[in-house]
Design a protein around this ligand. Structure first.
Ligand SMILES: *Cc1c(COP(=O)(O)O)cnc(C)c1O
Length: 340
């Protein structure tokens, strides 16, 4: 397996740092907690989509696309990173934003990632929640193609076998960093949504026989559905890489007990996790993905599923730009704390 055989535009700030979280580890009194800083990939406040876009945008460039189109929820971090990458390459970017939460909050609808999409010169249009958004996007792309535009479409979250290559690479990068400092990783955990991150990681880890179990904390779908999505994409990714059969169904594990009321709706433990990382480590999580992943991590430690003497790496997938769309979620939280 040799990733250099795939077209790629090198733009992310790599390798991202691997750091120990001493104060959080002490506070929880369990395993040594490490963080892989994919919030620091460098593009427009960073995040995990940049690694995927290095491979996806290389395909767009190879077909001489003059426009990229993608889709996501209103506060999509993927949309923001796609808009920034397209700006860097001088391509037009159009984004379909799905109203997945029904929020009428002006900050949710205009601030955070939406503000940044527009600053990067992208155009956006809204869709009501519950549609097949990839189908919506392909239909629109076809009408533009009929007008002569060269449109490259990117699925939600950049999650196809091409995008997942970015996380195969991340698995190699992480294991190499751990090897260089004699760090034995007992567990790797991450938030999992459109599946490309978890699928790419598990293919990379299995391909080099790293022996590191990977746990994804879901943010939307129930466990069975999430695991099926990840496994299917892992199969396609392994096939593309020329190592079919490297991932078994049992390698794909998702825990979807921290989703709460739904996608993009933070729970009390999401807000607590965000506060703990911010106050103890100076690290900003987000209310949609990394906050729920971290809530899962913290709960597993409190329940003794990750134990003293072990080392757990939390992959920070980014998303802090969305905090500016969620100030209202913290207002009640803050009022409660100052009263206490
Ligand atoms: C998209 C995203 C994820 C989930 O990654 P997938 O590859 O879609 O599963 C996690 N965290 C953040 C901040 C994201 O933007």
């Amino acid at each position: 397996m040799h990733l250099a055989r795939f077209p790629r535009i090198f733009l992310a700030h790599l390798p991202t740092p691997l750091e120990r979280l001493d104060r959080l580890s002490r506070e929880l009194g369990g395993p040594e907690i490490w963080i892989k800083r994919d919030d620091c990939t460098g593009l427009s406040t960073g995040g995990n989509k940049t690694r995927k876009l290095e491979f996806l945008m290389a395909e767009a460039a190879a077909m001489n696309a003059d426009m990229v189109m993608t889709q996501g929820a209103t506060q999509s971090n993927h949309a923001r990173q796609t808009a920034a990458f397209a700006a860097k390459l001088g391509m037009k970017c159009h984004i379909l934003l799905e109203d997945r939460t029904g929020s009428k909050d002006p900050n949710y609808n205009n601030n955070g990632n939406v503000l940044l999409d527009h600053l990067h010169g992208a155009t956006t249009e809204k869709r009501p929640g519950g549609l097949d958004m990839n189908a919506e996007m392909e239909a629109l792309a076809d009408t533009l193609r009929a007008d002569g535009r060269k449109v490259y479409t990117i699925p939600g979250g950049g999650s196809n076998a091409t995008g997942a290559l970015g996380y195969v690479n991340c698995a190699f990068e992480l294991v190499s960093q751990a090897n260089d400092r004699g760090l034995v990783i007992d567990h790797l955990v991450t938030a999992t949504g459109s599946a490309g991150t978890q699928a790419g990681l598990i293919v990379g880890l299995k391909a080099i026989n790293a022996g590191i179990p990977l746990l994804g904390f879901g943010v939307r779908a129930p466990k069975a559905k999430q695991e099926e999505n990840v496994f299917n994409l892992a199969l396609k990714t392994a096939e593309k890489l020329g190592c079919p059969g490297v991932v078994q169904r049992a390698d794909v594990v998702a825990d979807c007990d921290y989703v709460g009321a739904g996608y993009g709706i933070p729970r009390a433990d999401t807000l607590e996790a965000i506060r703990m990382f911010a106050e103890l480590e100076g690290v900003l999580l987000d209310p949609v993905y990394s906050g729920k992943g971290a809530a899962g991590l913290i709960d597993h430690i409190r329940k003794g599923r990750f134990r003293k003497g072990e080392r757990v790496v939390f992959l920070h997938t980014g998303g802090a730009a969305a905090l500016f769309g969620y100030d209202a979620a913290f207002a009640g939280d803050r009022a409660q704390r100052s009263a206490a």
